[in-house]
Design a protein around this ligand. Sequence first.
Ligand code: M6R
Length: 606
Amino acid sequence: MCGIVGILGAKPVAGDLVDALRRLEYRGYDSAGIATVENGHLDRRRAEGKLKNLELRLSNHPLQGRAGIGHTRWATHGRPVERNAHPHMNGRVAVVHNGIIENFQELKGELAAKGHEFQTETDTETVLHLVTDYLDQGLPPVEAARMALERLSGAFALGLIFAGHDNLMIGARQGPPLAVGHGEGEMYLGSDAIALAPFTDMVTYLEDGDWVVLTREGAEIHDMTGRRVERPMVKSIASALLVDKGNYRHFMAKEIHEQPEVIGHTLANYLDMAAGKVVFPELGADLAKISRVTISACGTAHYAGLVGKYWLERYARIPVEIDIASEFRYRESPLPEDGLAIFVSQSGETADTLASLRYCKAGGQRIASVVNVRSSTIARESHVILPTLAGPEIGVASTKAFTCQLSVLACLAIAIGRARGAVGADQEKELVRALTEVPRHLTTILRSESLYESLAVSLHKAKDVLYLGRGPSYPIALEGALKLKEISYIHAEGYAAGELKHGPIALIDENVPVVVVAPENDLFEKTVSNMQEVAARGGQIILISDATPDKAGCKLQTHLQMPHAHPFISPLLYAVPVQLIAYHTAVVMGTDVDQPRNLAKSVTVE
Ligand code: M6R
């Protein structure tokens, strides 16, 4: 969603605000803006589109204030045009906002009746008028902000500065994350620690309902009841260097290539490789007694969970219930006694996943989260964190976070299987050995990237692409289709191969490429039959398999040869070719790979 930043600096802050926004741009990139207090007056620059447009505007019309706020927008209310870009501002106050003010219509009606004139289509503008209304009543800025916050409902992170107050900034958090950064005679506010990484590594994460009064001397934090509270200052591990593209053309390419390394780190966190055992953190529940596992997540993280279901059911012999979080949260699903609920999220901030977590927690489930951001809300509200060690993922299309999520879920399946007696010591050794081979196999797969470049040249002409897979390859087919549509804008669908004849086969003709994810396992022959049904109707087959092409028994447009490996680790390996197909197709099409249209990295609204 949107990214917000604020700086109370010792020198003019516009340059640093833009620098921070650059690191937040992955959260939203419809428009951007900054406002500063200069000689007691508020002034702002905004621009539609990418941050570079704002930079250009600032180079022609610089801002000199030492107190400022900035914003990069993912539009919710109001079109992505300059008029709706943040900061919203009048002569007295400027505001940046991430999230949704749910009662904005009601507030807007009330404020309009009092004579406030609205200039934008945004929900955020109500915050501006509300604070101004309290200032008009004679309240000082901090009090006016406090009163306004009490009236707001919804999910929001806010940053406010005031005319005539060069040493004051208010931040507030209800839902979306907000961090306070502590510098030497300077203070910062940011949607995440990565934004603040070049300025400070000492951060305080606000809790839900907190609001903070910042001056250059420090931060006074209040909880939702208005009580002064202390929140810990922690050393952030976000480093400015980690969010560099290196020699890669896109973050996504870098992140795809980082997978052997980050999967290695993640596995090392859960495996004793020498002993051939899984070493899992205490879940605080007797794994042998868990009655059911409930998994909930969104998008790519949901597909990771779906692979987890196949693994948990097959290897741990435990029933698994899984749903996308936006559905699960409202389904009123009955929850079992002794249930374990797992939430998978790269950002740890996805609103629907968080709401599902709270539902399960209220329903007495043991809560474990597979998250990449350990300081995130989902992590903090879980009983146990099962971290992925993917490092910051900047490309909006998730790649390395996905395979690291798979790595954790694979280890979890072994751990639960062992506790339930479904996985014996020998099988555990075999599965652990297979997992340790993943980084090596991925390195091999990544060496054949030129094949994907050639494939993309033909694939980019397609209007529709189908992805097929069976068993744990089915979620990989879904993930492949999601990746392709996200970044190349080509319509793509993933299907369970066996489902093809129940409808989707009607779409097949010689113009429809069909990507078949088919490791040579116990389901391979079945998938081959489905592939032949496609071939008989002229479909262009792209087979991803460790089987030799002759085993397909039909004409292939492309065969992407995979290394032979244990069937357990296939999802981890086959995830990478579908990422490479999407990436290279998008590159040929010339789309904005890292910041595809309409998407945002962290979805903190429903
Ligand atoms: O941060 P999360 O893992 O909770 O995000 C969930 C989805 O929004 C995310 O996976 C999304 O589908 C990605 N853009 C997919 O590439």
